[in-house]
Write a protein that binds this ligand. Structure first.
Ligand SMILES: Cc1ncc(COP(=O)(O)O)c(C=O)c1O
Length: 440
């Protein structure tokens, strides 16, 4: 079934000539998984199943729509709401009443928030939040931690010093095309480093418009880290913006900040909010959100019906079935499975991430080569895999068991070579890329 000359790869070679970078999203580039061999394109997906262009079926045990589909692919209830939206007309001169129902629901789930604006993607929604904060505060500087998208305000951090984003989620991003005038307007700090944050607050004191961060990503906050940030931003009256583009709808049916018990001034949701349909929300305290009126934030397709209809259906289903507890359960099973396999084969591995956004890495000198080969073997056996696993409501214990059993068989074959340091005997192809550095 698995063909190295697959149609997807042929199409990708064509794409590389027509589309700079081949795809619109780094995380969907085949080089990130299995260069020259990844199926690359799908003809259909449903639940956790994916069919490539030849009709081969895979179980998705990797990033499941880059984290967009916590309910699984083509969820019946969300699709039904979207089909209804399409039937009643997706775009109109008049506005979409679902926007108000969604705003009420988001503020009910997050009682600290009073107002909501909408966008359709994570990076643009973050840019709106930054604009609102700057308009509210009338200052330029942003202190941030982690990855927040491709926009100028964020990439400008690398103008000052191209090491500035090191230690952040995606180091190595190049700021070509970003005006040099933005130099030193966005300043990074590291997660779980309150001292560094305090120093930056002292240094830029009266010039800061916002503090921007994911409340939780690869690691849980250390004691007093988020509390410290919240206390300082409150004292200084600096808006604290939580980027929940990826963390929303994983540990709760809302933001992950509900779990850690720290309330921001603005929070941003995207990705999973529409379960695969573009939808993003910026929620916040009216004290800051009203500043959206002091500036100009406006776009035609932020008003379509599909987005709010999909988000309402997603949130309601998520709450009704307590989807996050399933995501945690499935993610924990996978993490536990990796741990057991590591023990069985005496492998040094590192596991990071909350259970619904799990990552693992084998710690050898040939780690990336080993993972590339694992992806290849797993693909041959019908699984889409990588070093990341994002759980969905459509994953069952059976999927996890069959994935772990297959991974066990693959590791059994590879382990002598891993131990001898001769894994290159089994794979001479191109090694999967690890981040931005190799691709831009
Ligand atoms: C924390 C965070 N912020 C922002 C973004 C950008 O979102 P999008 O890719 O929808 O523009 C991402 C995407 O992965 C993210 O994880």
């Amino acid at each position: 079934m698995f063909d190295l000359n697959n149609q997807g790869q042929k199409l990708y070679q064509k794409a590389l000539k027509l589309i700079p970078g081949g795809t619109q999203l780094l995380s969907k580039r085949p080089e990130m998984f299995l260069p020259e061999q990844w199926p690359s394109y799908y003809s259909k997906c449903k639940g956790v199943e994916v069919w490539d262009l030849e009709g081969n079926r895979y179980i998705d045990m990797t990033i499941c729509g880059v984290g967009a589909c916590t309910l699984g692919y083509a969820d019946f209830d969300v699709d039904r709401a979207v089909v209804e939206a399409i039937k009643s007309g997706n775009m109109c001169t008049l506005n979409v009443p679902e926007e108000i129902e969604l705003a009420e629901l988001l503020c009910e789930i997050h009682p600290w928030a009073d107002m909501v604006r909408y966008a359709r993607t994570g990076g643009e929604a973050m840019t709106i939040a930054i604009r609102i904060a700057r308009a509210a505060m009338g200052k330029e500087k942003i202190l941030f931690c982690g990855y927040h998208g491709w926009h100028d305000w964020y990439l400008s951090a690398n103008l000052a010093n191209d090491k500035a984003l090191d230690g952040q989620l995606l180091p190595g991003l190049k700021p070509a095309g970003v005006p040099r005038g933005l130099k030193k307007t966005s300043i990074p700090f590291r997660y779980n480093n309150l001292e560094e944050f305090k120093n930056l607050i002292s240094k830029y004191n009266k010039k800061i418009s916002a503090v921007v961060m994911e409340p939780v990503r690869n690691y849980w906050p250390e004691k007093n880290f988020l509390e410290g940030i919240r206390q300082i931003t409150k004292e200084k009256d600096i808006p604290l913006i939580f980027d929940e583009v990826t963390s929303c709808l994983r540990m709760t049916s809302g933001g992950i900040h509900l779990k850690v018990g720290i309330e921001p001034d603005i929070a941003v949701f995207a990705k999973a909010l529409g379960n695969g349909y573009p939808m993003a929300a910026i929620i916040g305290k009216s004290k800051f959100m009203n500043a959206a009126q002091k500036t100009f934030i406006s776009s035609t397709y932020w008003t379509d019906k599909i987005g709010p209809a999909a988000a309402l259906a997603t949130l309601k289903k998520h709450k009704k079935y307590n989807v996050s507890s399933h995501l945690i359960f499935i993610g924990s099973l996978v993490q536990e499975g990796w741990r057991k396999l590591a023990k069985k084969y005496e492998l040094d591995i590192e596991i990071t991430g909350i259970p619904p956004l799990s990552h693992w890495e084998i710690k050898t000198k040939d780690s990336q080569l080993t993972h590339t080969l694992i992806v290849k073997r797993m693909l041959e056996k019908g699984f889409l895999t990588s070093k990341a696993f994002y759980s969905t409501y459509a994953h069952t214990e059976e999927h996890v068991n069959s994935y772990l059993k297959t991974l066990d068989n693959v590791l059994r074959e590879l382990i002598p070579y891993i131990k001898e340091g001769t894994i290159n005997k089994l794979y001479q192809g191109t090694i999967a890329h690890t981040g931005f550095r190799r691709l831009i």
